[in-house]
Write a protein that binds this ligand. Structure first.
Ligand code: FAD
Length: 339
C-alpha cells in the first residue's frame, strides 16, 4: 500500500473542482485499512473515504486528510431461494456495472437505478434513488470496518436508518465506518415499469407492454442521457439540491399562482416540491454565474464550464438559494456533501 502526498483532487471529482489531498492512498483490500488508519493517526489527520467523487464538492486549497480511494472489489451470490437471490458486492465496484450484471442474471430490484455514477460503497450512504426506487428497498446488510476499533461487522437495513437521500452513515455514524461490502436482495419475479411519466411515455411510444429487465434498463439509460450531462464531458454532481418537503399550505400558496405545477402530496400534511421546478420558475434555468451555470436542460444540475473553483460553486449555490427563497419562500438544501 502506497501513501502519496499532495495529490490533485480534480481527477477524482466529477465536478472537477478542488485543491489537493494532503495524503492519498488506494485501498484495494480490507487488510490495507489498518496500516492506512495507523498512518493517519501518526500524522494526526482525519480519514476521508472516497468512492467515485460524484457526490462531493471538494474545497479549494489543501484538504488536510488521508483520502482513501476505495477499490475493494468482489461480486458473489451468497443466498439463493426460489424467489430471490442475495448478492454481496465489494464497495469499490462501479455501481452501474453491478446493475448491468444483475440485469443480465435476470434479477430485478435495481434496474431503475441504472446509470447512476459512483461506487457500490456509496450507494447506502445517501440511499441512492431514481424513478421511484431507492437502494433501501434492496439492501439487506452493509458490511463495515469500524475505524476506531478495526472491527468488521454487518449493519442491518433497519439500523441504516435510511431516509430520502439519507442514512445513518451521513448522520450519527458519519466518519465512523468504511463500508467494505453491501448485500442486496434481488427478486426473480417479473419487473414492473417505474410509474414515472417519462418512462411510461418511452414504452407507450415504442408499444412495448410488459418490458423485460433489459428493456427497462435501456429506457432508464436513454431517458437519463437526455436529462443529465455526462460528467466526463460536462463536469457536474447530478442533482445539486434536494427536493424540499414543505407544509401543504406553502405548496398551496405557490399553486395559486402556478395551477399547473406538479407537486407530490405526501402523508401528514406535507408536499414534495421539485427543486428543479422552483429553480426554473425563479427564472434561473441556463443562468450563468461566471464559471458555473444552471444546466440549460435541467435546472437541478449545476455545471462547471471548466475553470470553476469550489468557491465559484458555493457562490452560485448561495445566489440560487437566495433567489428561490425570495420568490417562493422555500430554502433549498444542497444534496452533495462539501469536503
Ligand atoms: C450525472 C450524475 C447523476 C446522478 N444521479 C443520481 C441519481 O439519480 N440518484 C442519486 O441518488 N444520486 C445521483 N448522483 C449522485 C451520485 O452518483 C451518488 O450519490 C453516488 O452514490 C456517489 O457515489 P461515489 O462513489 O461517487 O461517492 P463519493 O462521491 O465518492 O462519496 C459520497 C459519500 O459517500 C462516502 N463514501 C463513499 N464510499 C464509501 C465507503 N466505501 N464507505 C463509507 N463511505 C463512503 C463518501 O465519504 C461521501 O461522504 C448523480 C451524480 C451525477 C454526477
Amino acid at each position: 500500500m502506497e501513501i502519496k502526498e499532495y495529490i490533485n483532487i480534480k481527477p477524482f471529482s466529477s465536478l472537477k473542482v478542488g485543491g489537493q489531498f494532503r495524503y492519498f492512498s488506494v485501498i484495494s483490500k480490507i487488510e490495507d485499512l489498518k496500516e492506512a488508519i495507523n498512518f493517519a493517526k501518526e500524522k494526526n489527520v482525519k480519514i476521508f473515504v472516497l468512492g467515485g467523487g460524484s457526490n462531493i464538492v471538494f474545497s479549494d486549497g489543501i484538504i488536510d486528510v488521508l483520502a482513501l480511494k476505495i477499490e475493494m472489489k468482489g461480486f458473489a451470490v451468497v443466498l439463493e431461494s426460489d424467489g430471490y437471490t442475495d448478492i454481496k458486492v465489494g464497495a469499490g465496484e462501479i455501481w452501474d456495472e453491478v446493475v448491468s450484471r444483475t440485469v443480465d442474471m435476470g434479477l430485478s430490484g435495481i434496474e431503475s437505478l441504472s446509470a447512476i455514477p459512483g461506487t457500490v460503497g456509496a450507494s447506502p450512504v445517501q440511499n441512492i434513488g431514481a424513478y421511484g426506487s431507492e437502494i433501501k428497498d434492496t439492501v439487506t446488510e452493509v458490511e463495515v470496518y469500524e475505524i476506531t476499533t478495526g472491527k468488521i461487522f454487518n449493519i442491518e437495513n433497519k439500523d441504516c436508518r435510511f431516509g430520502y437521500r439519507d442514512s445513518v452513515f451521513k448522520n450519527e455514524a458519519r466518519g465512523r465506518y468504511i463500508i467494505a461490502n453491501v448485500i442486496y436482495r434481488l427478486t426473480k419475479s417479473n419487473p414492473s415499469i417505474p410509474k414515472y411519466p417519462d418512462v411510461l411515455k418511452y414504452f407507450e411510444e415504442r408499444e412495448i407492454y410488459g418490458p423485460t429487465l433489459s428493456q427497462i434498463r435501456e429506457a432508464i439509460i436513454f431517458i437519463r442521457r437526455n436529462k443529465l450531462p455526462n460528467p466526463n464531458e460536462i463536469p457536474n454532481v447530478g442533482s445539486f439540491f434536494k427536493n424540499p418537503i414543505v407544509q401543504n399550505g406553502v405548496a398551496d400558496n405557490i399553486k395559486r399562482d402556478f395551477p399547473n405545477a406538479k407537486f407530490f402530496a405526501l402523508d401528514d400534511g406535507f408536499t414534495k416540491v421539485p427543486a428543479g421546478w422552483l429553480i426554473e420558475n425563479a427564472g434561473l434555468k441556463g443562468k450563468v454565474f461566471g464559471n458555473v451555470s444552471v444546466y440549460d436542460k435541467n435546472a437541478l444540475v449545476l455545471v462547471n464550464s471548466g475553470e470553476a473553483t469550489s468557491e465559484d460553486v458555493v457562490n452560485a449555490r448561495n445566489e440560487i438559494v437566495k433567489v428561490v427563497k425570495e420568490k417562493f419562500g422555500i430554502t433549498l438544501e444542497q444534496e452533495p456533501e462539501i469536503v
